[in-house]
Design a protein around this ligand. Structure first.
Ligand code: OGA
Ligand code: NI
Length: 356
């Protein structure tokens, strides 16, 4: 499989058939409108109420926003981008061996997706993913080369997790949840994904990452200065504009469910470029495996019956992976059906299907 890394065999040739998407999934055109309507929220505005208001509006409308002056040092963002690029420039066998230190596979290197062998079409991306909490347990399995990787990426994950928890506190406050609502089990399993999208022979026929909504609570993305990330809004694709030293924040399915649909998960994808390589980092905030995910009682009442059923996070994530993020399959899994009870009080025992 490793000989198939997209960073390996681009030689200016034509796009192999195995990367050509069916017509309805292709980007087709190469120029897309920029998502100028997506809010860019300044965290140095010290008016907490106004910040919360801006975040909630963005999460209701788009499920996605950008943050600037967020407290993560610019040097650290630049150093992280550099070390991630250097990692992906290394020879394949080095990348593979740097990511196979843990027999439990808490750090993994793959191309296209984790379903490479079973997927119908491949995507133009190489990736490293690893756990980052507790840092001391997992860092020993991260790449040791480039030499700065552990130090820099370690600091980066600490800083970005701090930002994520601030954002979750603000969202929780805006939704009327108790302070610290997202602090424990719902943020237990952060993972860092380092994506690399090399120049591609034909960006109109393929994607770096398929249309999806993340299986996370929220995801914080460092996208650098190369465009590629797009958000689906009003049945159209828009470019999420690269802004210097900003982070893109997108909501995943879990926050959509917990907010009972008040906030929405962003549907997004990544297009490739024929001229420039693109490297990004996504920090996913995931709940613990045994967390019960359901609409939170503060948002459920007689006029707002629960839209989603209760389930264990691990059952959701198994479904998400086996369905390769297919929106219809995931929706079938999360939506309450007409046969579920609609009394507006989430009854975990009734709704929790432990068999799925
Ligand atoms: C992801 C993702 C966006 C990007 O990793 O889930 O959507 O720009 N990444 O790489
Ligand atoms: Ni994503």
């Amino acid at each position: 499989m490793m000989e198939n890394l997209v960073s390996n065999w681009f030689d200016g040739g034509i796009l192999p058939d195995s990367y050509v998407l069916p017509p309805e999934k292709r980007p087709g055109k190469l120029i897309f409108p920029v998502a100028k309507m997506i809010p860019v929220i300044d965290f140095e505005n010290h008016d907490r109420r106004s910040t919360i208001h801006q975040i909630l509006e963005a999460c209701q409308d788009y499920g996605l926003f950008q943050v600037v002056n967020h407290g993560v040092p610019r040097d650290l963002m630049d150093e992280t981008m550099n070390v991630m690029k250097k990692f992906h420039e290394m020879p394949t066998k080095d990348k593979a061996s740097e990511c196979s230190k843990d027999p439990e596979r808490s750090c993994r290197f793959y191309t296209s997706s984790e379903n490479y062998t079973s997927e119908k079409v491949h995507y133009w991306r190489d990736a490293v993913i690893h756990h980052c909490d507790p840092l001391d347990d997992y860092m020993q399995f991260w790449p040791e080369n480039p030499t700065a990787y552990r130090e820099v990426v370690g600091q980066f994950t600490i800083a970005v997790r701090k930002l994520a928890s601030l954002i979750l506190d603000l969202i929780g406050e805006g939704l009327g949840f108790n302070p610290g609502h997202f602090g424990g089990e719902y943020s237990k399993k952060p993972m860092l994904l380092v994506n690399h999208y090399p120049p591609c022979p034909d960006p109109s026929l393929t994607l770096g990452l398929a249309k999806h909504c993340d299986p996370s609570v929220i995801t914080i993305i460092l996208q650098g200065d190369v465009p590629g990330l797009q958000v689906f809004y009003d049945e159209e694709w828009f470019v999420v504009e690269p802004l210097a030293h900003a982070f893109v924040v997108n909501l995943g399915y879990i926050l959509q469910i917990m907010s009972n649909g008040k906030l929405k998960g962003a549907v997004h994808r990544v297009v490739t470029s024929s001229t420039v390589a693109r490297t990004t980092a996504s920090l996913f905030i995931y709940p613990s495996e045994d967390s019960v995910i359901e609409p939170q009682t503060a948002l459920v009442n007689a006029s707002n019956p629960p839209l989603y059923r209760a389930f264990l996070y691990k059952h959701f994530s198994t479904k998400y992976i086996s369905a390769t993020a297919d929106a219809k399959t995931v929706e079938q899994f999360i939506l309450k059906t007409s046969t579920d009870d609609h009394d507006g009080h989430g009854d975990v025992d009734d709704n929790l299907d432990l068999t799925k």
